[in-house]
Ligand binder design. Structure first.
Ligand SMILES: [Zn+2]
Length: 266
């Protein structure tokens, strides 16, 4: 009886072993076929230039200008690059009471991204924290920062670059937002004039004129249409007070985003 029980036990173990082997074998085939399909899907997308894989292996959206309107991939194309000016060791302009331009720029940039998101317009920020884009160890940090910003903008190649800044002037009575453009780009000028009109409507007593400045580095080096929005004057206590408020920052963001939509889809 004992021996027979032993044989039964051995047979049982053998059967269980064979079943386990097949389960593991089938599972391995399943995983291999799925990963093959995923790899094939990525290869197909790479071949159609809808994506590319960066040096860290992250999938990044490609430039899908060749796609027809309504194409799902085309809708995902980054249409706006938002550049929050300055950052890190470069504060930009500073108000009499210590408000830093770099901080206002980033706050307004985040709100602009939020508004563009709600309008279904894909955008990215060149920085999302208090830093600049200078290469580590660069001898001229400002030069390196500006070069790297332009390189990123031209790599993404959006429909428009919107660089957010704050102004300053010797007369504290001078106020209001002002848009700068390079007149080598007709599209930049068109957007700048349209945006200036919208910004003037927020606070008509501070109305200004859009200004052409072909010396501004980021405007002349960006290959896409580009504007700098100087949201207000840090030399004006009245401007500083409203620029620091969430509600005014949202008003600016609303105008800039609505203007992008109107300009992209007239
Ligand atoms: Zn600035």
């Amino acid at each position: 009886m004992r021996r027979s029980d032993g044989e039964k036990g051995g047979l049982h173990k053998l059967v269980m072993g064979v079943i386990l082997f097949f389960v593991v074998f089938l599972f391995a085939i399943y995983i291999a076929s799925n990963s093959h399909e995923a790899n094939k899907a990525i290869e197909d997308l790479k071949a159609s230039e809808q994506i590319s894989v960066d040096s860290k292996g992250l999938i990044v959206a490609g430039d899908n200008q060749v796609n027809s309107p309504g194409d799902v991939a085309a809708e995902k194309r980054i249409r706006v690059v938002i550049d929050p000016g300055h950052g890190g060791n470069d504060p930009g302009k500073v108000s009499a009471d210590g408000v830093l331009e770099k901080d206002l720029n980033l706050q307004i940039a985040f709100k602009l991204k939020d508004r563009l998101d709600s309008l279904g317009i894909e955008s990215i920020l060149l920085r999302t924290e208090d830093c600049n884009l200078a290469t580590e160890g660069a001898t001229n940090k400002k030069n390196s920062d500006m070069k790297n910003r332009v390189a990123k903008i031209n790599e993404v190649n959006p429909d428009i670059l919107i660089s957010i800044h704050q102004n300053s002037f010797s007369d504290p009575g001078v106020r209001g937002p002002q848009v700068f453009y390079n007149d080598a780009s007709h599209k930049s000028e068109e957007y700048a004039l349209l945006l200036q009109e919208k910004l003037n409507a927020i606070n008509p007593e501070c109305a200004r004129k859009a200004k052409c400045d072909n010396e501004l580095y980021i405007l002349s080096k960006s290959t896409c249409p580009a504007v700098i929005v100087e949201c207000g004057f840090l030399s004006s206590p009245e401007d500083v007070a409203i620029l620091a408020s969430d509600s005014y920052q949202y008003e600016l963001a609303d105008s800039i985003a609505a203007c992008v939509k109107e300009w992209l889809e007239p």
